[in-house]
Design a protein around this ligand. Structure first.
Ligand SMILES: Nc1ncnc2c1ncn2[C@@H]1O[C@H](COP(=O)(O)OP(=O)(O)OP(=O)(O)O)[C@@H](O)[C@H]1O
Length: 330
C-alpha cells in the first residue's frame, strides 16, 4: 500500500490581523503515503493547526494546492470530508449525553444507519477501552477518557485518514502513554493513515514513523526520527578533567576526530559525534597515551530537541511559549 494520501504543493495561508499579515503557512510541500503515521512537530505558532485546518477543508489556502486521497481540498470538499476524521484540540465539552449515544449520533450525522452506527460504536468502545464508562454522561469522564471518546468520534465513519491535533495536550504522563498505546493499536487494527501534530518531542519520537519538523510555516526537516537524529544531532560525549589546561589539551587532540564538533569550557569537553558509545574507548586510550587523565565520561543519545536546536539554533522546549507570545503580539 503505497498510494499517495496527502500531497501539498506550495501550500500557503495568510491571516490579516488588523493591518498586519501573519504568514501562518508558507509554501509547504508535503507527501504522505497511505498507511503512514506521520507527526508534524514544531513549536507553538509554527503553523501545524493551520495546515491541518486546510487539509480538513475548514479553511481555504491563500495559495498553493493540496489533495487528500486524490481530491482537491477546495474543489472537492465533500469527497475529502468523507475520507477523513478530524480530532481537534481538546473540546472541553461537558455533555449530559452518554458517550455511547454521542457516538451513535455522530455516526448518524455521517449518514450511517442506526444499526451500523451502533455496531461501529460498540467496536470502538471495545478497542478504546471505554466499555466501563460509555454509559456515563460525557461530562463525568476524566480527561483521558474524554480524549479517547473524541478519538472514537473521529473514527466512527471508518475514515481512511485520521488527523489528530495535539492528541495528548492536557493529559498527565500516564494518560498520555495510554492514549498513545490506543492510537497505535487502532492503527495496527485498521491500517488508518494518521497525521498528528504535537509539540511533545517524546510523543513524536515514540509514535511516528516519519517526523516532519515545521518552523515558521515551512518544513525544515522530514525523515524517520532515527535518521533525523543521526543526520542532524549525533551523540553528545561529555568528558570531565582535573583542570582547564587538561581540557584544552584534550580538546585540541579531539579536534582531529572526523565529523565531530568539539567544544570546551572550564574543565569539560563536549564532543558531538555520531556513534558516540563506540568511539569512547578509543578516545580514552588516546588521551591516556597522551598523559591526559579523564575524570568522568558521559554519553547522551540525541533527542528530537537536539535536532531542532541544530537546525534552528533554538530549543523546541524553550520556543514553546516564547514563539507564540511574540507572534501573537506581532
Ligand atoms: N484565525 C487566525 N487569525 C489570525 N492569526 C492566526 C489565526 N490562526 C492562526 N494564526 C496565526 O498563525 C500562526 C500559526 O498558528 P497555528 O495555530 O497554525 O500554529 P501551531 O503550530 O498549530 O501552534 P500550536 O502548537 O500552538 O497549536 C500563529 O502565528 C498564529 O497566531
Amino acid at each position: 500500500m503505497n498510494d499517495t494520501m496527502i500531497q501539498t504543493t506550495g501550500l500557503t495561508r495568510h491571516f490579516t490581523v488588523k493591518k498586519d499579515v501573519v504568514e501562518a503557512v508558507r509554501g509547504l510541500d508535503l507527501h504522505v503515503a497511505e498507511g503512514e503515521l506521520v507527526a508534524l512537530l514544531g513549536p507553538n505558532g509554527a503553523g501545524k493547526s493551520t495546515t491541518l485546518r486546510m487539509l480538513t477543508t475548514l479553511i481555504p489556502p491563500t495559495s498553493g494546492t493540496a489533495t487528500v486521497a486524490g481530491y482537491d481540498v477546495v474543489a472537492r470538499q465533500r469527497e475529502v470530508r468523507r475520507v477523513i476524521g478530524y480530532i481537534g484540540q481538546g473540546n472541553g465539552a461537558a455533555h449530559a449525553q452518554r458517550g455511547r449515544d454521542e457516538l451513535v449520533s455522530q455516526g448518524r450525522a455521517y449518514g450511517m444507519s442506526t444499526r451500523d452506527a451502533k455496531a461501529r460504536a460498540d467496536e470502538l468502545v471495545a478497542s478504546l477501552d471505554l466499555a466501563a464508562v460509555a454509559d456515563r454522561p460525557v461530562s463525568s469522564l476524566s480527561g483521558g477518557q474524554k480524549r479517547r471518546l473524541d478519538i472514537a468520534m473521529g473514527l466512527i465513519h471508518a475514515p481512511r485518514l485520521l488527523f489528530l491535533d495535539e492528541p495528548s495536550t492536557g493529559l498527565d504522563p500516564q494518560n498520555r502513554a495510554n492514549l498513545q498505546e490506543h492510537i497505535l493499536k487502532l492503527r495496527a487494527e485498521h491500517g488508518t493513515t494518521i497525521v498528528l501534530t504535537t509539540h511533545y518531542l517524546d510523543e513524536a519520537d515514540a509514535m511516528a514513523e516519519r517526523v516532519i519538523v515545521v518552523d515558521h510555516g515551512t518544513v525544515i526537516a522530514d525523515d524517520t526520527p532515527a535518521r533525523l537524529k543521526a543526520d542532524h544531532a549525533g551523540d553528545l560525549i561529555t568528558l570531565g578533567f582535573g583542570s582547564g589546561g587538561d581540557a584544552g589539551r584534550a580538546a585540541a587532540r579531539l579536534s582531529s576526530l572526523s565529523d565531530a564538533t568539539v567544544s570546551s569550557g572550564g574543565a569539560t569537553v563536549e564532543v558531538r559525534v555520531a556513534g558516540g558509545p563506540r568511539l569512547v574507548p578509543g578516545i580514552l586510550r588516546d588521551l591516556d597515551a597522551a598523559g591526559i587523565a579523564v575524570e568522568s565520561t558521559a554519553v547522551n543519545r540525541p533527542t528530537l530537541d537536539d535536532v531542532f536546536l541544530n537546525l534552528t539554533g533554538r530549543s523546541l522546549r524553550e520556543g514553546v511559549v516564547t514563539t507564540s507570545t511574540e507572534e501573537v503580539a506581532a
